[in-house]
Write a new protein. Structure first.
Length: 88
């Protein structure tokens, strides 16, 4: 899954992004303006040979395994921006 949203400026306002030429222009804008656009993608799980399962490191925040758990990662800042997982 990929998510594209405007980044916040230093004054905590969303950057203004406009696409005049449709989808092709938007793709170009995303690739050339990482300081204005956040392109988040699903972090891929790693395979644990010992347990024979795919795992994601939620740093203790998620208590229950689920196929619906995911982490959205920003390659530009090298940060995890959103973590979604079951707590119960």
């Amino acid at each position: 899954m990929d998510v594209v949203i405007p980044r916040l400026t230093k004054s905590n306002k969303a950057s203004v992004v406009r696409s005049v030429d449709g989808e092709n222009q938007l793709k170009l804008l995303i690739d050339e303006s990482p300081q204005k656009i956040m392109r988040l993608h699903n972090k891929a799980p790693t395979f644990d040979e010992k347990q024979k399962v795919f795992i994601l490191d939620f740093k203790g925040k998620v208590k229950e395994a689920s196929v619906k758990n995911f982490i959205l990662h920003d390659n530009y800042t090298k940060r995890d921006c959103m973590v979604f997982g079951k707590h119960t």
